[in-house]
Design a protein around this ligand. Sequence first.
Ligand SMILES: *Cc1c(COP(=O)(O)O)cnc(C)c1O
Length: 424
Amino acid sequence: MSFFAYKGGEMHAEGVALAVIAAQVGTPFYCYSAGALRAGWQEFADAIKGMKASVAYAMKANSNLAVIRLFGEMGAGADIVSVGEMKRALAAGIPAQRIIYSGVGKKPSELMAALEAGVGQINVESSAELETLNAVAGQLGLKADITIRVNPDVDAKTHAKITTGRKENKFGIDIDLAREAFALAGRLPNLNVVGVAMHIGSQLTSLTPYRDAIVRVRELIGQLREDGHSIERFDIGGGLGIVYADEKPPSIAEFMAVVARETEGLGCELSFEPGRRLVGEAGVLVGEVILVKPGSAKTFVIVDAAMNDLIRPTLYEAWHDILPVRQPRPDAATIRCDIVGPICESGDFLAQNRDLPPLVAGDLVMVRSAGAYGAVMASSYNSRPLAPEVMVDGTRFAVTRPRPTVEDMISAERLPPWMEPKKA
Ligand SMILES: *Cc1c(COP(=O)(O)O)cnc(C)c1O
């Protein structure tokens, strides 16, 4: 079932017309479907039934409090990459024990905050971090439950900026050096090594890299046990892809079948850290056409949503489907156009060379599959206020992050005292 669909000629999110939201909150705005979020979660919950496994939502994909709360209420943990995210997860009601702290460069102060809050697991990515965490845990008189993230050196066959499991990527400990790192961890008195973690990349649409990586880590787990480590957990990470254009990502059931087969008899509790897969298709970005500028090479449709709202096309060459919010007639002619924002950068585009029915000023357009790495990567470049976020649930909707005013933005800044405006 599609949670975003035309009804009576108007694009709806579940039971709410996007035009109704636009009239109330203005454009641009992000819109998330609670039904789609729940359906995504349910797919994971069904697939792990009967397995010793848990799912921690990788909240960097979309850290809106309402989104985290929704997953938390359904039983999700949270995979975090900063103390800011930890505070958000706790504020959304995720129990600390269900939080996994990932990331390649955690500061001592952040590790301390995480231990004080009682996060369930810290995934360590270097020998230096093992030493730092051991020292911090010692200061607090605690023992930290950790996994070591290994880099299995597999090619996830995804965009270069979102592949993480190759030797040349900064993430994890080279699998060939992992035994030394575990030996070090075993000697450090304030660390309790509970398992191994991996995360090989994002927007993976093939199961082969997962299978290859699990086979390698499984072999490592055997060696680590021979070395005397008790490896109880295997954190498989996230990375499952979604549909932007014509990708055919595997179902979660297919993914779990491969994981279950490759980990059979291993005796590890499994954890998963999906981000994009849980939220990507559950969100859209809606903008309004400001003007249409015909050129001799192509037509530019200039909308009020821009690269500061959604940077994925610029940063990852990402292709997002764009649809008019008012349903075009089936026989409508199309024109070749670029959908661009008003920002002073040639890289400011949402889509290039698209065939869309003619649009005019005031028309609304919807950018599909914008729920992941959209609002969280937004900036206020060009002093554009962050786009608000809206959640729809059935026939209800609510603004879950309002649009700041420019006055709010300005008043957050300070002039140095020597620049105070002179009193008259
Ligand atoms: C980003 C990240 C994830 C989530 O990745 P998705 O591709 O959004 O599923 C999971 N685990 C770690 C360690 C990450 O850095």
